[in-house]
Design a protein around this ligand. Structure first.
Ligand code: NDP
Ligand code: AKG
Ligand code: MG
Length: 473
């Protein structure tokens, strides 16, 4: 079955039923060490995860690690350009849950991202990246503790599908010609627009299926959060990209108001309902004016549309959501992408789950991680219906590779997410406690040490892992 690797002799498979993992006490878990700083981070992570499981379950439970290869390490073992060997894919498919360090992707040319390939091959459609603050972590922000968000990033499509043509390539030029001479002129709304002839061309597909399964998962997650965090914000640039990002927003609302009608309220619905609660005799038109400040300047047709919207909301959900009942539901709202980057800084405590497409989610998860202490504190999970791969938000940070200095916190916290996904909460809690207490006592790696006032001597990557274990208690 495998060409160059052998699964551990002891251990059993994690299987999936209805999207949920069924976990034996001795699961075999494939891991990819990763390129660059993976060489430092992975051993630190494995040590912490093993120590937590041993302490929490006293030998009743244990992970059987299965080393699999990707990136530079894979080329060393399997040969030139063997960046993602079949052995690795077979192992992840077989064992269902895996964890990985970062893998290098060259800019401009060369191989396409192995990280993205893994997400697409296993249809890991939800990239879940929580950004929360651990007390004592230095941050460039005054109140980093106010940010507690989970970026829910669609993980398989958008421009990450990687369908693009280089400037000057034969097919790229043909495509531009067809677009300029046939398809754009056949679309009146595009008027006289033309694509510059010396363009590279990339395709941005955003599907209804892909958008809705992501939002569905985000809403289900929101339902498990404490009441004050039960909110999903659809993040999009739908004012500009109307039929991709704008459609994502509309499809998201459609999932909320059809599949989760009893559990959700949209922001506009909440305004309509609360206007009526404040003034039970408010007319439909007055209610419409309140929810749309520019109402009086709209065309009659637009005004009629908004009045109709108010009427429909009151007719369909007043009984189930009115009289304040909507306050108990998951609030679904939307924000334009550029605005959310300032909102998480200026109004961090107003947000919870940020559901968005691939590129926005990539940018947003680095930005949110920076607020709570940087990329050393940004964990993540790529989740599908029949497998999951856990990995940090950051990349290979090559200038720090092999120096035993990088912060392993984000891969360790990705391991915590993996333990929680497996239902091994006791081990996950031990690590969160150990990490919190280590940071609170200023035992931190260089990235956090440099921001602390007064400065402290940084721990090495391996020493930070030891400090976490010491603080298990
Ligand atoms: N999922 C994956 O495997 C990903 C892979 N990549 C790939 O990684 C490579 C390098 O990308 P690059 O743009 O440099 O981004 P990186 O995220 O690798 O690093 C950028 C900077 O972020 C900080 N940083 C990153 N990781 C940590 C950490 N664990 N602890 C503390 N600080 C950290 C460092 O800042 P400072 O030096 O200021 O301390 C580092 O120089 C590229 O090939 C890219 O494609 C990128 C993202 C995700
Ligand atoms: O795959 C890569 O090299 C980069 C991916 C990335 O930045 C991410 O997933 O956050
Ligand atoms: Mg990224």
């Amino acid at each position: 079955m495998y060409e160059k690797i052998t699964p551990p002799a002891a251990g059993a498979k994690i299987t999936f039923k209805n999207g949920e993992p069924i976990v034996p006490d001795n699961p075999i878990i494939p891991f990819i060490r990763g390129d660059g700083t993976g060489i430092d981070i992975w051993p630190a992570t494995q040590k912490v995860l093993d120590a937590a499981v041993a302490k929490a379950y006293k030998g009743q439970r244990q992970i059987s690690w299965f080393k699999v290869y990707a990136g530079d390490e894979a080329c060393d073992l399997y040969g030139t350009y063997q960046y993602l060997p079949q052995d690795t894919l077979t192992a992840i498919e077989e064992y269902g849950v895996a964890i990985k360090g970062p893998l290098t992707t060259p800019v401009g040319g060369g191989i396409r991202s192995l990280n993205v390939a893994l997400r697409q091959i296993f249809d890991l459609y939800a990239c879940v990246r929580p950004c929360r603050y651990y007390a004592g972590t230095p941050s460039p922000h005054k109140n980093p503790e106010k940010l507690d968000v989970i970026v829910y990033r669609e993980n398989t499509e958008d421009i990450y599908l990687g369908i693009e043509w280089r400037q000057g390539s034969e097919i790229g030029d043909r495509l531009i010609k067809i677009l300029n001479e046939e398809l754009i002129p056949a679309t009146p709304e595009h008027g006289k627009k033309r694509i510059p002839l010396d363009s590279g061309i990339g395709i941005k597909p955003i599907s209804k299926t892909g958008s809705q399964r992501l939002v569905r998962r985000a809403i289900k997650h929101a339902l498990l959060l404490p009441k004050n965090k039960q909110q999903v914000t659809l993040v999009h640039k739908g004012n500009i990209m109307k039929y991709t990002e704008g459609a994502f927003r509309d499809w998201g609302y459609e999932v909320a108001t059809s599949e989760f009608r009893q559990e959700t309220v949209t922001e506009r619905e909440s305004w309509i309902l609360s206007n009526k609660e404040k003034n039970p005799n408010i007319s439909l038109e007055e209610n419409a004016r309140e929810i749309d400040p520019g109402f009086d300047n709209l065309t009659d047709e637009k005004k009629a549309q908004i009045v109709k919207e108010v009427e429909t909301v009151l007719n369909t959900i007043w009984a189930t959501h009115g009289d304040g009942k909507w306050k108990e539901k998951v609030l679904v709202n939307d924000r334009i992408a550029d605005s959310i980057f300032q909102q998480i800084q200026t109004r961090p405590d107003e947000y919870s789950i940020l559901a968005t497409m691939n590129l926005n989610g990539d940018y947003l998860s680095d930005a949110a991680a920076a607020i709570v202490g940087g990329l050393g504190m940004g964990p993540g999970a790529n989740i599908g219906d029949s497998s999951a791969i856990f990995e940090a938000t950051h990349g290979t940070a090559p200038k720090h590779a092999g120096l035993d200095r990088i912060n392993p916190g984000s891969v360790i916290l990705s391991g915590v997410m993996m333990l929680e996904f497996m239902g091994w909460q006791e081990a996950a809690d031990l690590i969160k406690k150990g990490l919190s207490d280590a940071i609170a006592s200023s035992q931190v790696t260089y990235d956090l040490a440099r921001l602390l006032e007064p400065p402290v001597k940084p721990l090495k990557c391996s020493e930070f892992a030891e400090a976490i274990i010491q603080h298990f208690g």
